[in-house]
Design a protein around this ligand. Structure first.
Ligand code: SAH
Ligand code: SF4
Length: 368
């Protein structure tokens, strides 16, 4: 398929819309009018922007598109995790997940509706346990493709999203500028107006980009996918650790923590026989203390075709209790059905959910 020629207007910041307007001899206040049509009134065409002069509407339509990605399928029902399959303009497919009210997810209140967004098509980092990396990397999403995931999920679900986690397909910090730009638009009062504290970026450990993110004037939160408390464990399951070892990662986190008020999160998937020993728990608690980080333990969610499995309930609880004995702030996801685990990092395999023992997802086919 051909590369799209016109950019999507949803990739522009307000000041960039204003700069464009200046090239068309238009007054800057029109930028806010345009943003209102896009993010508040949610129109699908420039023709509907009825308070703009005709020639400006024509110019905009010549230079930009609104949107560009389309919904292919919605899986799941209103009170469960819903999964949305989208087609990009070049034909690639991505998914987002809407997670309903869920206590203890990233420290937010329980009435939150969380969207898990993708940042890349595929992922180049090839963590051994993850479905997203299985087929390798195709390309980065641009910022409008990230922002549109929120707009389309709100449109399809009729619900207002108030929490965003960058935990779908891809490594957000490997797509740094598009992710930062998308966060600005999602956070802006002229944009989607979601508070920075309700936006969490997750990384597998790109140390230099963690430092770079720390220097950005953003108050979003950061989660580190640690999954191992020593180099030997991380090396086994996360190839990134051979480039940025644990100490390099933790010292980048020190820097990040020194620049932000918000706590860091450690994500720690519990995988049987790999990273669930007492020793790992003791060391993990030490790393968390060093950074004042909160730990989210996530029992591994089986990926078809991969050998890994989750530890027994007893082992999971034992791991948690060791962390707590050290005074760590830690949670263990105990949800039935593992919907949230499945949501993030396993997007491509959602259609195979029935094999995990859950009900097969209800499928609603939309535009084809
Ligand atoms: N690339 C980023 C963000 C996407 S992955 C990162 O790695 O942090 C989002 C989260 O889902 C990560 O913590 C990842 O380790 C986790 N994940 C991947 N596969 C999983 C699985 N099978 N079960 C549970 N969590 C998984
Ligand atoms: Fe990529 Fe994150 Fe999956 Fe690793 S866990 S392969 S970094 S998406």
């Amino acid at each position: 398929m051909q590369k799209p020629s016109k950019p999507s207007i949803q990739s522009l910041l307000l000041e960039e819309i204003a700069a464009y307007l200046a090239t068309r001899d238009q007054r800057p206040y029109r930028a806010k009018q345009i943003a209102d049509w896009i993010y508040e009134k949610r129109v699908n065409s420039f023709d509907e922007m009825t308070d703009l002069p005709n020639d400006l509407r024509n110019n905009l339509a010549n230079d930009f598109v609104i949107g560009g990605i389309e919904t292919v399928r919605v899986l799941g029902s209103d009170d469960t995790t819903r999964k949305f399959l989208f087609r990009l303009r070049d034909g690639d497919l991505i998914e987002s997940v809407l997670i309903p009210a869920s206590p203890a997810l990233y420290g937010q209140q329980s009435d939150r509706r969380t969207i898990c967004v993708s940042t890349q098509v595929g992922c180049a980092y090839g963590c051994k346990f993850c479905a997203s990396g299985l087929d390798g990397f195709t390309r980065n999403l641009d910022s409008s493709e990230i922002v549109q995931q929120l707009l389309l999920v709100e449109k399809e679900s009729g619900e207002k999203i108030n929490n965003v986690v960058f935990m779908g397909m891809g490594e957000p910090l490997a797509n740094f500028s598009n992710v930062v730009r998308a966060i600005r638009i999602i956070n802006a009062t002229w944009g989607l107006e979601i508070g920075a504290r309700h936006i969490t970026v997750s990384t597998s450990g790109l140390a230099p980009q963690i430092r770079k993110l720390a220097d950005e004037p953003l108050q979003s939160r950061l989660a580190i996918s640690l999954h191992g408390a020593t180099d030997s464990v991380r090396n086994k399951i996360m190839p990134i650790n051979r480039k940025y070892d644990l100490e390099t990662l933790l010292s980048a986190c020190d820097y990040y923590a020194s620049r932000r008020k918000q706590r860091l999160y450690f994500e720690y998937i519990l995988i049987a026989g790999i990273n669930d020993s007492d020793e790992q728990a003791h060391l993990l608690a030490g790393h968390a203390r060093r950074l004042n980080a909160k730990i989210n333990l996530i029992p591994y969610n089986k990926v078809e075709g991969l050998e890994w499995s989750r530890p027994s309930r007893t082992r999971q609880e034992r791991f948690l209790s060791i962390l707590r004995e050290h005074g760590s702030v830690a949670t263990l996801r105990r949800e039935k059905g593992h919907d949230i685990d499945a949501a993030c990092g396993q997007l491509r395999l959602q259609a195979k959910r029935s094999e995990t023992g859950d009900e097969p997802p209800k499928t609603r086919t939309l535009a084809r």
